[in-house]
Design a protein around this ligand. Structure first.
Ligand code: BTN
Length: 264
């Protein structure tokens, strides 16, 4: 398996024209520890941003909450690095813009992606991909962001997962035919999501994000108390209405405090 940079560039050029995106250099690798780690070293080396890195395999892909992201041949392992100038409490906006940007663009290919709070990309109630955002700050501002995205393309996946090619084959759809095309779409989704967020602001982006969120209305248990998810704040907290006998209170929980689990 290899990555054809020419095919990628052709696919990206079409999307860049359609969505008025700036150009971005992509560095492809066969096998590295983590695309997020590699892109930080390219930033430290002084590469002008934005840049993107993909690898056909990763030996130590980074997932959420310190987990490892299994990165065998056949998946998309991508990082995009950008300069930004956002206040520290806007870090969730990067998650919203990225998840919405990718899901929204893939939906134009007739692939009904949704988002599971806070940053899982879902297809048919199964995890298609995940996002791992890392930032560097200076003077109380986020100055650099690295957006890492893993999407299951033709790699094998666990029970809770799904890969895109098997979905497309079942639906007899030929809307995406190569890893190069999927890479171009994902990079364009990230760039256009961020561009759109800068244009419309966090409240509008939150509304867009919530439209694709499957988690609202979900029943949860918090400290043995049943509750129902009612929304998400623009800081990325999950709003839950707790229902104890005779009373109901609304609380906000950060992603580290609760995990929503996957349907069995
Ligand atoms: C999650 O746990 O859901 C997020 C997974 C993000 C994995 C991607 S793969 C490409 C990029 N490089 C990494 O080391 N991690 C992210």
């Amino acid at each position: 398996m290899n990555f054809n940079l020419k095919i990628y560039q052709q696919e990206f050029a079409k999307l860049a024209t359609a969505y008025k995106l700036e150009s971005i250099d992509l560095y492809p690798f066969e096998i590295i520890s983590s695309t997020n780690k590699k892109i930080w070293s390219l930033i430290d080396f002084g590469n002008p941003l934005p840049i993107a890195v993909i690898s056909l395999q990763q030996t130590a892909g980074k997932g959420q909450w310190g987990r490892t992201w299994q990165s065998s041949l056949g998946g998309l392992y991508l990082s995009v690095a950008m300069n930004c100038d956002l206040f520290l409490d806007c870090s969730f906006h990067l998650t919203m813009a990225t998840a919405w940007g990718i899901a929204n663009l893939l939906r134009t290919y007739d692939i009904p992606l949704s988002i599971k709070w806070s940053n899982d990309l879902m297809l048919q109630n199964r995890k298609l991909g995940g996002i791992k955002i890392e930032t560097r700050t200076s003077h109380k501002k986020i100055k650099y962001v690295v957006i890492g995205v893993g999407i299951n393309w033709i790699n094998s996946v666990p029970e809770i997962g799904i890969n895109l090619q098997s979905y497309l084959q079942k639906k007899q759809q030929k809307s995406i035919t190569s890893l190069e095309q999927l890479t171009a779409i994902t990079i364009s989704g990230i760039l256009s999501g961020y561009q759109h967020y800068l244009a419309i602001g966090s409240q509008q982006m939150l509304a867009n994000y919530k439209k694709l969120l499957t988690s609202i209305g979900q029943e949860v248990i918090v400290n043995n108390c049943p509750g129902i998810v009612t929304g998400v704040t623009d800081k990325g907290e999950l709003k839950v209405r707790l229902q104890s006998p005779g009373a109901s209170t609304e609380i906000s929980l950060s992603p580290g405090q609760i995990s929503l689990g996957y349907p069995q």
